[in-house]
Design a protein. Structure first.
Lengths: 508, 91
């Protein structure tokens, strides 16, 4: 995100221990991940060794059952496989428990009474919300102190910003909003903008408007969720649909924006190209941070992406059913094209179970690309976009000086958690418990706080100027059209022509 | 006087925005949720355990089970996912 317009880029009165906000984000994110990991690691199941043995034996049995092709046609064998998979899943998730999970919560869903959002399975989640509040306050309060800033004004302002973030989660939790993928990011920006464009953002809130810090710390946590070994789970067909089509669409859309539409802002062009081709809001956040896009540009890209996602998640399953497309091809097409992960699953679910499985898996593989894209965009920006026109290509030292350091934390977290995940049954269970039990929830809150902060600093007029020439929407529509065509073609070639046997395995 | 009128307008705008949000979320959306096609769609998503608002795959509770299932299929049929199908032998 742009440094000039960022409040936190202003010189601080006292120099703290950590001057760079990027390094601070890496530090805070690493602490949160370390806590999540160690809390899970020390809480092994009492029958840990027995469970591990049972899982390994069960896997061998499953492998034998699945390898016997003739038995796959037998209904009872299929039921046995399903039941065994469920049993193994229960055993695996029970290997570790994260004791912090009950005290770190997200706001729930509701239909007509917003108070329902504060209960899950008839139990109040208010203690969990208080836990999140305390955890985030302490984490970012320590961050403020390390930056040499006064903690008391930050803490006072943070209470209000946190409450606004909670309000955004409540709006996003309404069942219609939730199930049509209108994510919290949109409502957090809206709430912030309602305040900033009516009564104006009160001065006392500014110490807690730390968009960059919240986003970058959230991105370090997101890095832990990028488990690289899952890239190979669908073999070559999955790689071609997710990792070949996506970069082609991203680069082509960006070039189309630069040379045909002549987009006035390169960063807006890049953020829209990335969120449309990779995975929606999360890709927009990561690339916006990597290319220092303006806050209004990120807001606009998210708004466009979510608007089109709602349409695509309803229209695409209808088209698929109308033309009678097979479920594997349909799932691959949905997973490769719809921006948001939740919307992909929802659309896949409308088509069928196999489509849901393939769509979710293709999207998961595409999600992993986000780290590579963020890294690539950061390098490209430093080497080609931000360099002086007259100067020669910057040397390695200059690239390192300008490189956004938080990307290293993002990639580093991914490498560490991928290594743990790939180390065996216990490792994969540990990584999943740490992510699912704590870091994923915290990351959601960090992003929500960031979007509230963006809204509090966004002017309607500044945002509307980007929409005047219609280029942003045109870019999205053209890029998405290419994505739809190319993904369908690639999915058809890979799953129908080159690897029909993979398709047959997935259909069973 | 002018300043206070402006301030009043601003607070009025804020109140109007809050009321609009309240109306949409407390009246319009619950009515929409009660419509047959929408409630059926939501119930189906809930039955499948799908959180359509998930931003990243790790937020979907169904993903670990799907990922492990596909991983096992991949382990058992690795060749089918990596090696091109050989053409049917001529009759």
């Amino acid at each position: 995100m742009d440094r000039q317009s960022e409040g936190d880029a202003a010189p601080t009165p006292n120099k703290g221990l950590i001057e760079s906000e990027d390094w601070l984000a890496v530090l805070l994110g690493s602490v949160a991940l370390l806590v999540a990991l160690s809390a899970s690691a020390v809480n092994r199941a009492p029958d840990f060794a027995d469970r591990l043995n049972a899982i390994d034996k069960g896997r061998e049995q499953l492998k034998a059952l699945e390898s016997t092709k003739s038995s796959q046609d037998d209904d009872s064998t299929r039921k046995t496989i399903k039941a065994e998979e469920k049993r193994l899943q229960t055993l695996t998730t029970g290997l570790f428990t994260n004791p912090l999970k009950p005290v770190i919560a997200k706001v729930g869903s509701w239909e007509s009474n917003p108070a329902d959002a504060f209960f899950k399975n008839d139990k109040s989640i208010v203690p969990g919300l208080l836990g999140v509040f305390i955890a985030t306050l302490v984490l970012f309060g320590v961050g403020s102190a390390l930056r040499g800033e006064r903690v008391a004004p930050f803490a006072g302002a943070f209470v209000v910003v946190f409450l606004l973030a909670a309000a955004a989660y409540v709006l996003a939790g309404q069942n219609v909003i939730k199930h049509y993928n209108l994510e919290y990011a949109l409502w957090a920006i809206l709430i912030g903008m309602v305040i900033s464009n009516t009564v104006g953002t009160p001065q006392f809130l500014f110490p807690a408007i730390r968009t960059e810090l919240y986003i970058k710390t959230g991105l370090v946590l997101l890095g832990a969720e990028i488990l690289l070994s899952r890239l190979l789970v669908l073999g070559l067909p999955g790689i071609f649909v997710s990792w070949v089509v996506t970069p082609i669409v991203l680069i082509t859309t960006y070039m189309f924006g630069q040379y045909v539409l002549r987009m006035p802002s390169r960063s807006l062009n890049m953020v829209i190209s990335a969120d449309m081709s990779v995975c929606g809001v999360s890709a927009a956040i990561a690339t916006a941070a990597a290319c220092r896009a303006k806050k209004e540009e990120l807001s606009l890209a998210i708004g466009i992406s979510l608007s089109f996602t709602v349409v695509m998640m309803v229209v695409m399953p209808a088209v698929i059913r109308a033309v009678g497309m097979n479920q594997v091809l349909a799932g691959a097409w949905l997973g490769g094209t719809i921006d948001s992960t939740g919307a992909v699953a929802a659309a896949g679910g409308m088509v069928g179970t196999t489509a849901l499985e393939v769509a979710a898996t293709v999207k998961m593989i595409q999600n992993i690309l986000i780290g590579v894209v963020a890294f690539g965009v950061a390098v490209y920006w430093v080497m080609y976009v931000e360099r002086d026109e007259k100067a020669e290509r910057p040397g390695l030292m200059e690239v390192w000086r300008r490189f956004p350091r938080f990307v290293l934390g993002f990639v580093g977290a991914s490498i560490v958690f991928s290594t743990i995940y790939s180390s065996g049954t216990a490792g994969s269970a540990l990584a999943e418990t740490a992510i699912g039990g704590l870091s994923e929830t915290l990351r959601g809150w960090f992003f929500c706080l960031a979007f509230v902060a963006i809204g509090l600093e966004t002017n309607f007029r500044a945002l509307s100027q980007y929409l005047k020439d219609g280029k942003a929407v045109t870019l999205y529509v053209c890029g998405q059209s290419l994505n739809l065509a190319l993904s369908l073609l690639m999915a058809w070639i890979m799953f129908e022509k080159v690897f029909p046997q993979a398709s047959a395995v997935l259909k069973r | 006087m002018k300043v206070s009128r402006t301030a009043l307008q601003r607070w009025g705008s804020l109140a109007a925005a809050i009321l609009s949000i309240g109306f949409v979320w407390l009246v319009v959306l619950p009515r929409l949720a009660a419509q047959h096609s929408v409630s059926e769609y939501i119930a189906n998503q809930q039955r499948l355990g799908i959180d359509a608002s998930a931003m990243f795959y790790s937020e979907l509770e169904i993903v670990p089970a799907i990922a492990h299932h596909v991983e096992r299929l991949h382990d058992a049929h690795g060749d089918d996912f990596w090696n091109r199908a050989s053409p049917d032998p001529p009759n």
